[in-house]
Ligand binder design. Structure first.
Ligand code: FUL
Ligand code: CA
Length: 448
């Protein structure tokens, strides 16, 4: 999916808080100009492929008319409690061709049963509603923030849960799997994709899709208890295929605050994390918080649109598309593995070498001199993540000059030059790989 969005929107939008305590009056949720189509249109203009809505954040307020609690949109002033924000966003996304996903906080600071077995039943009911009544769901997002102080039906106390056992994750995930077999399940420990370990939208410079999560104490990990530094890098030859998802907000906070209206990240500050998330084999989950009107605030909207333009103008013209390409080795000298497969915009066709050749090179001759600013490579991840080190050189002044080096590749790796280099010839060297490479794309781009 590469790039998609988060929408953090709830009671907090109206209380100016990041974490609601759970004692808020549901009546105050009242986004008078809420327009799901307008929100989705802006996200789409930024190049997004999907959207994940905070259907319930830690404060427990449900944006849909759930049967599990009164702490929901049914008791808000918005449209006299008749509205369903989840449905409107899901519909608008579907209309615009964006996928829809749900964030459902496991922690619930409103619910009186939180911490007891009864709450797990309620949480699963909520998941059941969201995963059966809103069409196809592409991702279910499980937050690692779990337990602490809250309102808890008036108890106003601190409730600490056993992160490893309380949610009985294996069985909770099994329910989700059954209801939405195509949904990707997210948490600090997957099971399908993992949190990258920071909220900066940036993967490790080396980032393996394989990962063996470990708890802080080295024991079994769970959502909220993982070694974050290890999540950034993953685990070479780890136990699970669990690529990284890199979340970050367009603003300092996850929710909309008037005081942050002047702190919206400009397009270049979205483009940099894009290159360090998508460009390191992860995906970018960019949060955009709707404001109190129920719209995307003007500065956020402008930045998103310009970010979309920047992505399109940078990555739509592949300088190598009409190049000649020659490899030092082709597997069995077969057309099936020829290097031209790197230029056909098809992730399943690939260049490979004989088993004994693990450090091959290839040279691309461009039709004319071009300024290269970005080099993008992709492995055919159906065959795993093979390459451990590679380098790219450009021909300049009668000699090869190093353009850049990388380690892990995976589904996508982007190398970026500080200063674009004018050249007619580019060389890729695979310098370390345990087996023959299976590379599906090599693309070159100028700066926008
Ligand atoms: C965190 C939460 O505590 C934040 O409020 C936000 O939802 C972020 C995406 O995840 O763990
Ligand atoms: Ca290909």
């Amino acid at each position: 999916m590469e790039y998609y969005n988060f929408l953090h929107f709830t009671i907090n939008t109206f209380t100016d808080k990041e974490w609601g305590y759970g004692d808020e009056d549901p009546a105050i949720f009242n986004p008078n100009d809420f327009d799901a189509d307008a929100i989705i249109e802006t996200l789409k203009a930024s190049g997004s492929k999907g959207v994940i809505l905070t259907c319930k954040h830690h404060d427990g307020f449900c944006l849909w008319p759930t049967a599990t609690t009164d702490h929901s949109i049914r008791h808000s002033r918005y449209e006299n409690g008749k509205a369903d924000i989840v449905r409107e966003i899901a519909k608008a996304a579907d209309h615009a061709g964006l996928k829809f996903g749900v964030y459902v906080s496991p922690w619930d600071r409103n619910n009186r049963y939180y911490g007891q077995p009864q709450y797990l039943y309620i949480y699963r009911q909520q998941l059941q509603e969201l995963l059966t009544e809103y069409g196809s769901i592409f991702e279910v997002w499980h937050d690692g923030a779990n337990g602490g102080d809250g309102y808890y039906g008036g108890a106003r106390e601190n409730r600490v849960i056993d992160k490893l056992h309380y949610y009985d994750w294996e069985n909770t995930w099994a329910i989700e799997r059954k209801l939405q077999p195509n949904a990707v399940l997210f948490s600090d420990v997957g099971p399908d994709i993992r949190w990258v370990g920071n909220e900066k939208g940036v993967a490790g410079e080396t980032c393996w899709a394989t990962y063996t999560p470990r708890a802080q104490n080295g024991g079994p990990a769970s959502p909220g208890d993982v070694r974050e530094k290890e999540s950034e890098v993953g685990t070479r030859n780890g136990r699970f295929w669990m690529p990284a998802e890199c979340d970050v907000s367009i603003r300092p906070g996850w929710f909309w605050h008037p005081s942050e209206n002047a702190k919206v990240k400009p397009p270049r500050d979205l483009f940099a994390p894009y290159c360090e998330s998508v460009g390191r084999g992860g995906s970018l989950l960019l949060n955009v918080p709707p404001d109190r009107r129920g719209l995307i605030y003007e500065s956020d909207s402008q930045s998103l649109r310009e970010f979309g333009q920047l992505l399109r103008s940078t990555f739509s013209h592949n300088l190598a598309a009409e190049a000649r390409i020659k490899a030092s080795n082709v597997r069995g000298q077969s057309r099936t593995y020829r290097p031209e497969n790197l230029l056909d915009v098809n992730r399943r066709t690939y260049w490979s070498t004989d088993d004994s050749v693990t450090t091959p090179e290839l040279i691309i001759e461009l039709p004319r001199d071009a300024k290269v600013a970005f080099v993008r490579v992709r492995e055919n991840i159906e065959l795993g993540q093979r390459i451990e080190e590679f380098a790219v050189d450009v021909w300049s002044g009668g000699d090869w000059k190093l353009f850049g080096k990388g380690t892990s590749i995976g589904s996508c790796r982007i190398l970026r030059a500080e200063v674009p280099i004018s050249t007619i010839r580019v060389r890729l060297r695979i310098t370390k790989s345990p087996v023959c490479p299976a590379l599906s794309e090599l693309a070159l781009f100028s700066a926008a």
